[in-house]
Design a protein. Structure first.
Length: 361
């Protein structure tokens, strides 16, 4: 193999060669590039936490994209233990995208102070935040939890969950005194609300909350308001708030209502949906936090088992009687015996599955 130069290029080629030959020898240290890896685990109890006994999920597709160009770079699939790995991607800025199979949903991302046990993929679009890959940098670990929907949970697993929850409930005398909630039949127009003679003039009005929020007692955890794709959360470290304003009803006086049913759409499966309280004192969803949230008073309903994408209904008629101006708030708290299970409900921002108050006249 030979290289041929034109006359006007020959000198410059020689000079460059001499420059290299005359230069002092130097040692250039090459730093290794970090790997990008993680685990996809089966979040059976939907608590957004990677448990020691929760197994990995095999054959889940993870794609890597360039953050600047948004172009696809490469892909990996999880192994039998749920782990995946991009060995040494070229230096740059990237994000990952996960393909969630039918029958699963993603665990909420970045919900734990310990980043090693939570999910790093956003529930809204299944992607991670952008991250840099630099020579000499630390290995990057990004995990994802997959929550099985109701139809994927076997009867044996469901019975075991309920049995475990029931056993823990025995520790609370208050929990024993509360009746398990049984969903009442959905009310429809012309339903028999006042007896057979009055059925013809009864009807239902639906109303969304005017405000909602999730609050947490730990000040180091940011407050999650029900905006965008956020979720109302009820669990050991979370409580939910809902506010209704019935004074906006133009055709009927709320004081004439015969019943009020709160409808909530569940995101995950849990044997404990929480306790519904009347909440006193005013609050603003833009500023409410644990220390200034309205106080939870009387328990007016108990939410039992919930399942993903299913509606639960609780009778909150008592709240109407306690309202003096048509405005009232509800605070949903975990049962005192609940130290494990997390219940999640969709907030106001969910178009067709937002919380709803069905008022019957």
């Amino acid at each position: 193999c030979e290289l041929h130069f034109d006359d006007d290029e020959k000198d410059s080629c020689i000079s460059k060669t001499l420059l290299v030959m005359n230069s002092e020898e130097s040692n250039v240290e090459t730093l290794p590039l970090p790997s990008v890896k993680g685990k996809v685990w089966l979040d059976r109890d939907a608590n957004d936490r990677k448990g020691r006994k929760e197994e990995g999920v095999n054959d889940v597709l993870i794609d890597m994209y360039d953050c600047q160009t948004k172009k696809w770079v490469e892909a990996q699939r999880t192994q039998n233990d749920g782990y995946y790995k991009f060995p040494q991607p070229v230096a740059g800025s990237y994000y990952l995208s996960i393909t969630v199979g039918d029958g699963y949903s993603l665990s909420d991302h970045n919900q734990r102070r310990n980043g090693r046990v939570d999910s790093d993929f956003k529930t809204s679009d299944g992607t991670t935040a952008c991250f840099p890959v630099e020579p000499g940098g630390h290995n990057i670990k990004l995990d994802a939890g997959l929550v099985p929907k109701a139809q994927l949970v076997s009867a044996k697993q469901q019975a075991a969950s309920v049995e475990s929850y029931t056993e823990h409930s025995k520790l609370s005398k208050r929990a024993e005194s509360l009746q398990q909630y049984k969903a009442p039949p959905t009310l429809h127009s012309k339903s028999m609300l006042r007896g057979s003679n009055a059925a013809s003039d009864s009807f239902i009005m639906n109303m969304k909350p005017v405000a909602d929020a999730s609050i947490q007692p730990n000040p180091s955890i940011s407050i999650s308001f029900a905006e965008g794709d956020a979720i109302l959360r009820v669990g050991p470290q979370d409580e939910a708030l809902l506010k209704f304003d019935l004074s906006s009803l133009q055709t009927h006086d709320y004081k004439d209502a015969t019943s009020a049913i709160l409808r909530l759409n569940a995101v995950n499966a849990s044997p404990s949906g929480g306790l519904v309280h009347i909440a006193h004192n005013a609050w603003d969803e833009d500023y409410v936090q644990w220390t200034n949230a309205p106080v939870a008073r009387d328990v007016i309903a108990t939410i039992g088992n919930i399942h993903p994408d299913e509606w639960v209904e609780v009778d909150v008629t008592a709240a109407l009687a306690l309202s003096s101006n048509g405005e009232f708030s509800l605070r949903i708290t975990p049962e005192h015996s609940n130290r494990t299970w997390l219940a999640k409900f969709r907030g106001i921002s969910a178009s067709n599955t937002a919380p709803m108050l069905q008022i019957a006249f």
